[in-house]
Design a binder for this molecule. Structure first.
Ligand code: ZN
Length: 290
């Protein structure tokens, strides 16, 4: 039985620890549909998708999170972007051969992971961690250890189910203002959660999973949220980007090509702007400045 992609939030009442559980298999399959990435790249994007979904669900405001991996290996870039409505998109840029047995470091080489949190209103925040772990989960653990954020652990599973790609994961995070000793409780819950198998995440009902993992704990489960593949690019968003570029650069492209063609790197959609469009965008910008 396939489940629709959902994100579940839960709380350990007596532990000051919150949790999340997500299944993203449909979103993952749709995201991969029009690409021909080698299998290890697909797996990496699946893991990034799970991580991004779990992280955006921790946002207390409207906004989006981009989790990207960059390096000097054949996989130049692997990136997932998702917002607090759980609309996810992603892409990878490959330059060279990725063989079937490639692991994270083989694919990315010397690289790093960048997590960018962009509130709809307010300051953007960016955290960077060198890619030193063997897996994405290890890199994320390093990120949370070095940043001054709440202690957080992620559990990521990818695999196949009925011949289709599947992905899911879980997150545990200490609540702000938690009492001393919460870290020990987190460790205890981490040990229990680490036993989760991909197949369980992909197929079982959330209540069944929580019961299997934490049957001695008091867990409150909240209403789920739908997760979906959706690119959030638009003509307006491209216009907003264009307006930040120097006039001379825009004029140069317009003179050369007669138009500015912006391609969305996530979905491949093209947005075309001609001379007149650019003038209009600038007028709107000037008006909004006054
Ligand atoms: Zn797009």
């Amino acid at each position: 039985m396939t489940k629709h992609d959902q994100l579940h939030r839960f709380l350990f009442e007596s532990h000051s620890v919150r949790g999340e559980l997500v299944s993203v298999s449909e979103t993952y399959q749709r995201m991969m549909e029009n690409h021909h990435y080698p299998l290890p790249v697909q797996q990496l994007l699946g893991e990034l998708l799970v991580a991004t979904s779990l992280l955006t669900a921790t946002l207390k405001f409207n906004g989006d999170i981009t989790v990207q991996i960059q390096g000097d290996g054949p996989v130049r870039l692997a990136v997932i972007n998702g917002n607090n409505q759980q609309q996810m998109r992603g892409t990878a840029r490959i330059d060279g051969d990725v063989d079937a047995a490639s692991r994270l470091r083989d694919m990315v080489g010397n690289g790093y992971m960048v997590i960018t949190v962009t509130p709809t209103e307010g300051e953007r925040y960016q955290g960077v961690v060198a890619l030193e772990g063997e897996t994405l989960a290890e890199c994320l653990d390093a990120y949370f250890k070095q940043s001054e954020q709440l202690p957080t652990r992620l559990f990521i599973r990818t695999g196949m189910l009925d011949g289709k790609m599947a992905a899911g994961g879980m997150l545990l995070q200490i609540l702000p203002g938690a009492q001393e000793g919460s870290e020990d409780l987190l460790d205890h819950l981490v040990q229990l959660t680490a036993t989760i198998k991909g197949e369980e995440l992909f197929t079982l009902d959330v209540k069944e999973i929580l019961h299997r993992l934490y049957h001695e704990e008091d867990v409150t489960l909240y209403e789920p949220q739908q997760v979906e593949f959706r690119c959030t690019c638009s003509h307006q968003r491209c216009a907003d980007t264009l307006v930040t570029l120097p006039d001379a650069d825009l004029q140069e492209i317009l003179l050369k090509d007669g138009k500015i063609d912006m391609e969305c790197e996530f979905c491949g959609m093209h947005y075309i702007f001609n001379d007149k469009d650019i003038s209009e965008i600038k007028i709107v910008k000037k008006e909004s400045l006054h």
